[in-house]
Write a protein that binds this ligand. Structure first.
Ligand code: SF4
Ligand code: SF4
Ligand code: SF4
Length: 511
């Protein structure tokens, strides 16, 4: 049977969720609009949407008999509330089959540790909200209420096609200008676009790719902008860490630039800045806490600084707007602030699986030949496929590339490499369609999920040809940043601010 929320029309599907509606605890609320259970009405059978049978895989040798994923306090972004848990097994099913984390370690050997890559996919699958990410709204509200603080927001590429879904618009509806307006209503001092950080990431990562191809060292180069993928590699495949690009993710590049270049350009005392990212991603909440993400502290000689202070997901942002009674529907569109608010079409498509690859190839071609590609779209790496492969040409060089979405697929590709398959460049994103399906994105009804992901991808791709430029290296503000501050890509200064290191964390799995 299916039950529909009378407020937001979210459909609770008993078969999909594996729990009778009547068995949900009284404290359960609608995952989309948070109204109590009493707002749900039974949908008569003829109205019911088709459902897929749920399958929970049989536990393997090393799998424990616990039906849910085990996350403890060590796992910063994800927490499970046992009072809301109805033991449906959805979280473990996703974690094991789609993400290939649960079931890939021996529970007896890990002792009290949590093995989790922070991807948040389990939070999308949980019917009761028992497993969810930790909420940072109050911290951001406190910063906004402090007259001494300058609160700077940045918004990730993919959220411009998903925030509006929380307010009843179709998936993929574009709402970039409304997001900026909403943040200004909440009190933002500046609103920047992380797409600028994506352009910067490509400048560094494409330069690194060219260097590796020319020296034939550390190939294939793996992308590094997905923190859940990075943690997955650090935990399960430390032997490939030298192959990961050392470029930081766009949010953390932008965070470092805000508290160095921007603060000094605008003459803002850096300790007054509170830097907040609105993202599709739960793993970013953990990424900003990594000890090495504090180059602004070193640059400013102030050990209390972190490069980024808070990360809010799309679901947190939408809840906050609803709590403040901000009518998203009627907001007028506003523009991002300069100079970290302008980006290329290549930066925008970063939110799609395949987008980072495409953006990097466009710039790598320019770096290698001094010319732009005539054909900038790489259709072979687009779409929702788990592993997409292609042979592409930049200059006279043929490159074998692969685009991977979902960490179970990453295991499959790594296994191919271990068996001798050769690649030059591999993009890995932990979520199934890239960031458009991140763990902090709106929860969509499962029967509609694939359509929603496709619509979000289409929305992002539609912006690329309309952009002022489709090449990261043609972003005028990026050029200015290198000219006035960084020097050039991979310069020692760029390396110190924009690159990072990875650590073998496999010890956590036990011996
Ligand atoms: S956040 Fe990802 S890795 Fe962690 S428990 Fe959930 S699905 Fe598994
Ligand atoms: S945490 Fe959620 S998804 Fe996991 S078993 Fe409990 S109710 Fe099901
Ligand atoms: S694919 Fe995107 S949303 Fe998902 S974990 Fe990686 S960076 Fe976060």
């Amino acid at each position: 049977m299916n039950y529909k929320c009378e407020i937001c029309e979210y459909v609770y599907d008993e078969e999909k969720n594996g729990v009778l509606f009547s068995n949900l605890p009284n404290s359960w609320t609608c995952p989309d609009c948070f109204v109590p259970k009493s707002f749900f009405k039974l949908i008569e059978p003829e109205e019911a949407e088709p459902v897929q049978a749920k399958t929970i895989e049989k536990d393997e040798e090393y799998d424990d008999d616990c039906v849910y994923v085990k996350v403890n306090e060590e796992c910063y972004p994800i927490a499970r509330n046992p009072d809301l848990c109805v033991n449906c097994g959805n979280c473990k099913n996703i974690c094991k089959n789609q993400q290939a984390v649960c079931g890939y370690f021996n529970p007896k050997k890990i002792k009290e540790n949590t093995i989790c890559i922070d991807c948040g996919q389990c939070t999308l699958a949980c019917p009761t909200g028992a497993i969810n990410f930790k909420n940072d709204i109050e911290n951001v509200k406190n910063a906004l209420a402090d007259p001494d603080k300058i609160v700077i927001f940045q918004t990730s590429p993919s959220i411009r096609v998903s925030v509006s879904e929380e307010f009843g618009f179709d998936a993929g509806s574009l709402c970039e200008g409304k997001i900026v307006a909403a943040l200004r209503k909440l009190g933002a001092d500046y609103v920047f676009d992380t797409t600028f950080g994506a352009d910067l990431t490509i400048m560094e990562e494409a330069s690194e790719l060219i260097e590796r191809i020319q020296s034939k060292k550390n190939l294939p180069q793996f992308t590094s902008c997905c923190p859940a993928w990075v943690k997955f590699a650090e935990t399960f495949y430390p032997e490939i860490l030298t192959k990961l690009s050392s470029a930081k993710s766009p949010i953390l590049m932008q965070g470092a630039i805000i508290k160095t270049y921007f603060a000094s350009k605008m003459n803002i005392p850096v300790d007054k800045i509170v830097s907040v990212a609105i993202t599709p991603c739960t793993a970013k909440k953990a990424e900003i806490k990594r000890s090495e993400m504090n180059v602004s502290a070193k640059y400013n000689n102030n050990s209390s600084l972190r490069d980024m202070d808070y990360v809010l997901t799309v679901r947190e942002f939408a809840k906050w707007l609803k709590d403040e009674n901000i009518n998203f529907d009627t907001l007028s569109e506003e523009n991002y602030d300069d100079p970290l608010g302008r980006a290329s079409g290549a930066g925008v498509i970063f939110g799609n699986s395949g987008g980072v690859m495409e953006a990097a190839l466009r710039t790598a071609n320019f770096l290698l030949t001094g010319k732009n590609l005539d054909k900038v779209e790489f259709q072979e790496v687009r779409g929702l496929g788990g592993i997409k492969e292609a042979t592409v040409k930049i200059g006279d060089t043929s490159l074998k590339v692969a685009v991977v979405a979902g960490t179970a697929n990453a295991r499959e590709l790594i296994s191919k490499i271990q068996q001798g398959e050769k690649y030059d460049f591999v993009e890995v994103m932990a979520c199934p369609g890239g960031c458009i399906s991140g763990g902090g994105q709106p929860k969509s009804n499962t029967t509609y999920l694939e359509e929603a992901y496709k619509a979000r991808q289409k929305g992002l791709y539609s912006l690329d040809p309309k952009s002022k430029t489709r090449f990261c290296h043609e972003n005028e503000d990026i050029k200015k940043l290198y000219l006035q501050f960084l020097g050039k890509p991979l310069s020692p200064f760029s390396e110190s601010l924009l690159h990072t290191s990875y650590f073998d964390k496999s010890e956590i799995l036990g011996d």
